[in-house]
Ligand binder design. Structure first.
Ligand code: SER
Length: 623
């Protein structure tokens, strides 16, 4: 069976049982601000699980793209993935436990033809906050499952959600495929990691909402939320043992072989490359246009891309082949997820930029990291042979002094300071440094790293708050005018250079504005002249700047742009200059574009790889 057939089979099964199909939502949650990525099909449905009426009714089904970074350390085994497709069905206060498990059973045994004896299920055993789920256990028995196929576990295994701090949650029943291997021991069961069982479906009974204070409130409606892993089911149905043998990964794995990865890289690393390439292609291909950065979703994206680059380099391969591998993913999935085809240029360009940015510092950073780790190694060897002189600090350079300090010698731990230096100077994500250290048998002082990181953030916060406060107090009206000019400039750049231009930074002082934006090449004189003309046209037209307040979701939906990594509150301000710009922004702005004066670009230059910088001024003019 192909992936396409499986998707169709699932959705048709539930459509025939009264469910309406909904499209896969963005990987960046719009309806659930408690999570960075859509990790399950239920995130886009949170308002409806809480009681809002869904326009398509009470029975829904879909195939949702998901990102789960919590499983990143398992990637490379047979079944764990950071990106996967989740097939799901929902009852929004409609059917409940009995009907849900019986539909699942029918789909598994009659449509996927899994022999009933190959199934194992788990149910919630109960604890002080919620009772044991007897009804579901009984329902499984009525369907014919034997007592030894039904396992009862506590909260750890059989309570789902919320993923963030708050949100819908409840007891679940998980369905496993039993590969038929002998049990690894007396306690072997679905919760065991020996490989006998693999989870394929999870039916959650979302009955509660977890509140800010940690308490559970009962929901007004009893919901069912199920999710089935497409890649895993495809693996099992086709008699394979791991997801990399399915059509979804086979071409990538073969290509890696052709490129010579097989000689140098262990299988696990090759699988990680294939898996992460697919994940980053989907993140970059998402209509919400996330780019690599040092915060939130952008950071996760960066971390995945940089891990791939390092593994490719480790294999002695040209890490630029990352783009070729990503193009394979695009071509493979574009029929089902047209956004990948539509964003092809953007995806490959961003990968190329990140590659250019990182491969420059990677080699030097690796040399540094290895030197630090060598010094730790030398220290631990010396510690085993007391009385001999330890490796001289001068041999290692001044900045490795700390690696040689008595504290790190004791624990064979890379210090937080060095880990921060690798992060700050060489762009090594901390998880990546931890991985390097682990490969050499060391750990990293994560708390020390966090302290350094926070100190650094505090310093930059103070620096920018200081600048901003001073600027505003002295020159508030001119600042507001320059701020409005910045929005006009952003809008004009998108008109002339394309919608992919996005703001990377902005700084205003009494004299000028400075605007950083993503763009891969120098902007030509002609283009700059066009941009200038558009801004001046908006000024000449004396347009009122409109301020509205609304919830962030509504702002996004209405096409307002904003810096997505920023945390927005319940309500945001949206400033619109009709025909030119619509942005989420704190203000302040000029009331009318006519107040701005003449707009002139002073300079266009590179700011960093893939980022351009424009400086411009407003000049007084007679109107
Ligand atoms: N939300 C549940 C899960 O992620 C079922 O989809 O497992």
């Amino acid at each position: 069976m192909t992936a396409k057939e499986l998707r169709n089979m699932y959705v048709s099964f539930f459509r025939e049982r009264g469910h309406r199909e909904i499209p896969s939502a963005s990987l960046l949650p719009e309806n659930d601000p408690t999570v960075l990525f859509t990790t399950a099909g239920m995130h886009p449905l949170v308002p409806y699980l809480l009681g809002e009426k869904h326009p398509l009714g009470r029975r829904l089904t879909d195939v949702q793209k998901c990102i789960r970074t919590s499983d990143i350390d398992e990637v490379g085994d047979d079944v764990h993935l950071t990106f996967f497709e989740m097939m799901g069905n929902w009852s929004l206060g409609d059917y409940f436990k009995e009907e849900s498990v019986s539909m699942s059973y029918e789909f598994l045994t009659k449509h996927l033809h899994i022999p009933p004896e190959r199934l194992a299920v788990t149910v919630f055993a109960g604890d002080e906050t919620a009772p044991a789920d007897q009804e579901t256990a009984q329902a499984w028995k009525r369907l014919g499952l034997k007592e030894e196929q039904i396992f009862r576990y506590g909260r750890e295994e059989n309570w789902w959600g919320p993923v963030g701090r708050t949100g819908p949650c409840g007891p679940d029943t998980e369905i496993f495929y039993d590969f038929g291997k002998p049990r690894c021991g007396e306690n072997c069961g679905p919760a065991c990691t020996c490989g006998k069982y693999v989870e394929i479906w999870n039916n959650v009974f979302l009955l509660f909402n977890k509140e800010e204070d940690g308490s559970l409130t009962e929901l007004a409606q009893k919901n069912v939320d199920t999710g089935m892993g497409l890649e895993r089911v495809l693996t099992i149905f086709n008699g394979k043992t791991n997801v990399y043998e399915t059509e979804l990964f086979l071409p990538l794995m073969e290509r890696l072989e052709e490129l010579g990865a097989g000689k140098e890289l262990p299988l696990r690393d090759r699988r990680i490359i294939a898996e992460h390439v697919r994940a980053v292609t989907f993140i970059l291909g998402d209509p919400r246009r996330i780019v690599p950065s040092n915060t939130e979703q952008g950071y996760i994206l960066r971390r995945l891309i940089r891990r791939v680059i390092r593994l490719l380099q480790k294999a002695g391969m040209d890490s630029g082949c990352l783009c070729g591998l990503s193009a394979m993913v695009i071509d493979q999935y574009r029929d089902i997820y047209p956004e990948l085809g539509e964003n092809r240029g953007f995806i490959l360009e961003e990968l190329q930029k990140e590659h250019a940015l990182f491969s420059r510092t990677l080699e030097e950073g690796l040399r540094k990291a290895n030197r630090y780790l060598d010094s730790l190694k030398a220290d631990s060897l010396e510690a085993e042979r007391p009385g001999t002189d330890s490796l001289k600090a001068e041999q290692l350079g001044a900045d490795s002094l700390e690696a040689n300090s008595p504290e790190s010698r004791k624990s064979a731990m890379l210090s937080g300071e060095l880990a921060f230096k690798l992060y700050d100077t060489y762009g090594f994500p901390i998880e990546f440094t931890a991985e390097l250290a682990r490969e050499r048998g060391f750990s990293v002082d994560m708390n020390g790293f966090r302290r350094k990181f926070e100190e650094h953030q505090e310093k930059s916060r103070k620096a920018s708050a200081g600048k901003f406060a001073g600027g505003l107090a002295e020159h508030s009206e001119q600042t507001a005018r320059l701020h409005t000019a910045t929005h006009l400039l952003g809008g004009a750049l998108r008109k002339v250079l394309g919608e992919e231009v996005s703001q990377r930074g902005s700084n205003i002082n009494a004299e000028r504005l400075r605007f950083d934006f993503s763009f891969g090449r120098k902007v030509t004189k002609e283009e700059l002249a066009q941009v200038e003309a558009i801004v001046n046209e908006a000024i000449d037209r004396k347009i009122d700047v409109i301020l509205e307040e609304m919830p962030p979701q509504e702002a996004w939906r209405s096409g307002a742009i904003g810096i997505f990594s920023e945390k927005y509150g319940d309500m945001v301000k949206v400033y619109t200059i009709p025909g030119y710009s619509r942005e989420i922004c704190g203000g302040p702005h000029a009331a009318n574009t006519g107040e701005l004066g003449g707009f002139r670009i002073l300079k266009e230059e590179a700011s960093s790889a893939g980022v351009r910088r424009i400086k411009a001024v407003l000049e007084s003019r007679e109107s």
